[in-house]
Design a protein. Structure first.
Length: 108
């Protein structure tokens, strides 16, 4: 999103957006406003890592009223994806163990 567009959504100047981008810290209220304008969570902004976003592509869809919506897809790095899948698998296995322990405990 361009600075001018974000500035318009936040009712501030483009220069204000530029200063925000260059600052080290952003107050939580302003960060919440930016998150709403970008349609992301505050955590997504705080945890954003340029190295993790290795593939960025825009798909443009025309609506009947000739307006344009840009949908942005981010592909995480393979290592992050593997880690995420491993953590989900591990949690699933832990759940199975808990269920089996409960079954064993309930048997006379």
């Amino acid at each position: 999103m361009k600075q001018e567009t974000l500035a318009s959504k936040l009712n501030v100047s483009q220069q204000t957006i530029s200063r925000i981008e260059q600052s080290e810290d952003i107050d939580d209220e302003r960060l919440a406003q930016i998150a709403v304008a970008l349609d992301v969570t505050i955590e997504a902004i705080k945890n954003f890592n340029e190295d993790a976003a290795i593939n960025h592509m825009n798909n443009i869809h025309n609506n009947h009223d000739n307006s344009v919506n840009a949908v942005v897809y981010y592909q995480l790095s393979p290592i992050e994806k593997i880690t995420e899948l491993y953590e989900r698998l591990l949690e699933s296995e832990r759940e199975k163990v808990r269920l089996l322990e409960n079954i064993l405990k309930s048997k006379p």
